[in-house]
Design a protein around this ligand. Structure first.
Ligand code: SF4
Ligand code: SF4
Length: 308
């Protein structure tokens, strides 16, 4: 028996995302984003993806969700504000800085559970709805799709910037196989204008042209990826996991609301921890205290190396 496709109602999608706790939601029609794909291929050709081989795999799927999910019709992008007191909260002398998103339960878990809940709500009215949830788990260009769904623009530091929450948002996507009654308009315009504050603030000069960064020089990658090699003239500048210098300087991140969802609240505060605290921590203690956070990705040893 063939499936009877019901149409999704855009306002119901927005409402479901809001009720589950997402800060923003946008709905885009599936299509192949050829202009973005060409830019991405140019960035790869420049050598910036060296050492990140996975980026050159499945480029078709990254910019065309129908290649990723058979029968895909609609991309639902959900954004979660993660701003907390640790964001922009370090002193100039701090030597053990952890990016604020990493001071909480691993967002992959949190957002995947929330996307499943949104999907379950949509299935109430569309019981035959099929689709998949993605949180960095597949080659989907989430930031590009967020622009397509009207949430914001790609800043010069390569991150999505939203008017409501700046760039401190985490993204998740639902790619579903029913059409919506209407779609959000792609975000038009560029809030960066002549601003270059992030370019000038980046300690390793990792921000290049075309809204792309050079991950080989980016502290975020240098601290997190176990195989990353430190290039000449680069350093970690007090960061031991991630880096937020280019976000902290951005005017769109000033005076923005702190996240209220308990699931995204910090579970430890690196501002209160010294080099000695980190160095004295055993593997067991690290696993107990921080195993639920993104820090488990780099591991205790990598953090100790970063301090030294
Ligand atoms: S995260 Fe840090 S190193 Fe990477 S581009 Fe931003 S400021 Fe530069
Ligand atoms: S600091 Fe300026 S150039 Fe950089 S992302 Fe923010 S607004 Fe754009």
């Amino acid at each position: 028996m063939s499936k009877i496709a019901l149409m999704l109602i855009k306002e119901q999608i927005h409402a479901a995302a809001r009720e589950v706790g997402f800060s923003l939601c946008g709905v885009a029609k599936c299509r192949s984003l050829d202009v973005s794909r060409t830019r991405f291929e140019g960035w790869l050709a420049s050598g910036c993806g060296d050492g990140l081989d996975y980026l050159s795999h499945n480029i078709d799927k990254r910019f065309d969700p129908a290649q990723l999910v058979e029968g895909a019709k609609t991309v639902i992008i959900c954004a979660l504000n993660y701003r907390n007191a640790i964001t922009n909260g370090y002193s100039a002398e701090a030597r053990c800085k952890v990016a604020s998103y990493a001071c909480t339960t691993d967002y992959h878990r949190t957002i995947r559970a929330m996307l499943r809940e949104v999907f379950a709500r949509l299935r109430h009215s569309n019981p035959t709805l099929t689709g998949r949830a993605f949180v960095d788990s597949a080659p989907l260009a989430e930031k590009t799709w967020a622009v397509e769904a009207g949430l914001g623009w790609i800043g010069r530091q390569s991150l999505l910037i939203t008017r409501e929450y700046g760039s401190t948002v985490l993204l998740g996507a639902l790619v579903v196989c029913d059409e919506a009654d209407s779609y959000d308009s792609p975000y038009e315009g560029d809030g960066c204008g002549e601003c270059r504050r992030c370019v000038e603030a980046c300690p390793n000069r990792a921000i290049g042209s075309e809204r792309m960064i050079d991950p080989r020089r980016c502290i975020s990658r240098l601290t997190i990826e176990r195989k990353a090699v430190m290039p000449d003239n680069c350093g970690l500048h007090g960061w031991v996991f991630g880096c937020e210098e280019c976000q902290n300087i951005c005017p769109y991140n000033h005076s923005k609301p702190i996240a209220t969802l308990p699931a995204i609240a910090p579970t430890f505060d690196p501002r209160t921890m010294t080099e000695v605290d980190w160095q004295a921590m055993s593997d067991d203690e690290f696993a107990t205290r921080l195993g639920h956070t993104p820090l488990s990705r780099s591991g205790r040893e990598r953090i100790i190396e970063a301090i030294e």
